[in-house]
Design a protein around this ligand. Structure first.
Ligand SMILES: Cc1cc2nc3c(=O)[nH]c(=O)nc-3n(C[C@H](O)[C@H](O)[C@H](O)COP(=O)(O)OP(=O)(O)OC[C@H]3O[C@@H](n4cnc5c(N)ncnc54)[C@H](O)[C@@H]3O)c2cc1C
Length: 414
């Protein structure tokens, strides 16, 4: 491999593919590498669940989804916004639509077809794909080194490098975070990877686990600290899964660092007020019905919700209407842990923002740019992850272009 007129991108996920789009459109010769035998494995997995590509909410609200990094993402999204993402997809022939929740999805096209369109467009513009090339760090001359499938260690003397190696969840998709040791060895500060948007573990009794695993708790409200989320929650062998659980999983993860178990509170009847339930329960002492029937008839408590009450509350608590009503509205579930990183939808941790400049170039490795989930940010599900990957890929590629321009100017000046 001898070609120092080319730009190397490592990582064929959304961030790397966006960077390749920007750089090839700017007339640069681009080679893109990936450790896997094909591109976009995690993107394809995301597609299985509906491919929520971005969100339609106003950008001022959107940036707040990145929590402590909202200020940084305000600048990043100013460069490549949710509208820009939709416009770019439209140019590729991929129409999108806004779902009832404001989430944006591709219209009548699946993730594999989007990926195919993108790869074909990049190949037509001269981007060269190298699969089964694992980035292994740098040669003595400072060029990227790759372990090829043949077992050969290859140096690629690119004039500059953009890394888009992903986070550390779902390692089977190639995003295994193994690159972290290579960059740490260069003195770059990384936060440890942690699960984000993940399930939570509860030590159910054998009785509850065997009867209710796989059953949903419909339309419940979850609270943790000052955060809350609502929707359907799935009971599993090991605990809880589902959209509202993922939303609160980061807060729960931080609480668990201090205390285990940590408390998650469930409102099993979020459409009824405590006062209303108390009034309905005033007849409880006189009722000949079983508690399960009484709850079904008076407040329409159905599904596994009643069994969950029995799982958590003592028989004495269930006999006292006021206590029972309180538990229905605020049932404390002891959470023992988050599910492992490998199962999480995304990861927190990675290269911290102080390690990069405004163009996402590493201060300690001038000429090396980074993008996507390998940076230390997290966001809930809802399209914020893919948008973050595409937008950082765009910003890093623009930064790389500027940097090459500056290098060329300074050479001319000499
Ligand atoms: C089940 C699931 C569902 C999801 N659903 C959604 C959704 O609906 N909406 C949403 O916004 N997000 C979703 N996501 C998250 C989204 O897919 C990721 O945030 C996004 O793919 C990150 O893009 P990336 O380019 O940063 O990294 P990745 O997509 O992880 O790509 C990184 C690439 O780098 C390669 N690589 C890693 N190390 C090396 C190395 N040393 N050498 C060479 N190559 C290497 C990997 O093989 C991989 O191809 C989902 C994720 C999962 C797991």
């Amino acid at each position: 491999m001898q070609n120092d007129t080319r730009v190397a991108i490592v990582g064929c996920g959304p961030a790397g593919l966006m960077a390749a789009t920007v750089l090839s459109a700017a007339g640069l010769a681009v080679d893109i590498f990936d450790a896997k035998g094909s591109a976009g494995c995690k993107f394809l997995i995301a597609g299985r669940g509906g491919l929520n590509i971005t969100h339609s909410e106003p950008v001022e609200t959107f940036v707040n989804r990145y929590g402590d990094n909202a200020g940084i993402f305000k600048k990043i999204l100013a460069g490549f916004s949710p509208d820009d993402l939709r416009a770019w997809l439209r140019k590729l022939g991929v129409e999108t639509f806004v779902g009832s929740s404001g989430r944006v999805f591709p219209k009548e096209i699946k993730a594999p077809d989007i990926l195919k369109i993108l790869i074909e467009a990049l190949s037509r513009s001269g981007v060269v794909f190298h699969y089964r090339h694992r980035w292994q760090g740098f040669s003595q001359a400072g060029f990227p080194l790759f372990l090829a499938e043949s077992g050969e260690l290859l140096e690629f003397p690119a004039k500059t490098l953009l890394l888009a190696l992903g986070g550390a969840s779902w390692p089977q998709t190639g995003s295994d975070g193994s690159w972290a040791t290579l960059l740490s060895a260069k003195g770059i500060h990384l936060e440890p990877f942690r699960p984000a948007n993940c399930g939570l573990e509860v030590a159910w009794s054998e009785h509850f686990r065997s009867r209710f695993s796989g059953k949903p708790l419909k339309n419940v409200l979850l609270r943790c600290g000052d955060q809350q989320a609502n929707g359907d929650v799935m009971i599993t062998d090991y605990g809880l899964e589902g959209g509202p659980v993922y939303t609160l999983s980061s807060v729960m993860r931080e609480l668990l660092k201090k205390n285990s178990p940590a408390s998650l509170f469930l409102d099993l009847k979020r459409d009824l007020s405590l006062e209303y339930i108390l009034e309905k329960f005033s007849a409880y002492g006189r009722s000949k019905e079983s508690l399960a029937n009484f709850l079904r008839k008076t407040i329409h408590l159905t599904g596994p919700a009643y069994s969950l009450l029995r799982e958590i509350c003592s028989p004495e608590e269930l006999k006292k209407p006021a206590v029972l009503a309180g538990q229905l509205k605020n049932l404390r579930i002891p959470i023992n842990n988050t599910r492992p990183l490998a199962e999480a939808i995304s990861s927190a941790g990675g290269i911290t923002f102080p390690e990069v400049n405004d163009d996402l170039m590493l201060h300690k490795l001038p000429g090396v740019f980074v993008a996507g989930e390998m940076l230390d940010w997290e966001a809930p599900t809802g399209g914020y992850l893919l948008q973050g990957a595409f937008s950082t890929g765009y910003l890093a590629a623009q930064g790389l272009r500027k940097w090459l321009g500056k290098q060329a100017n300074s050479l001319q000046g000499n």
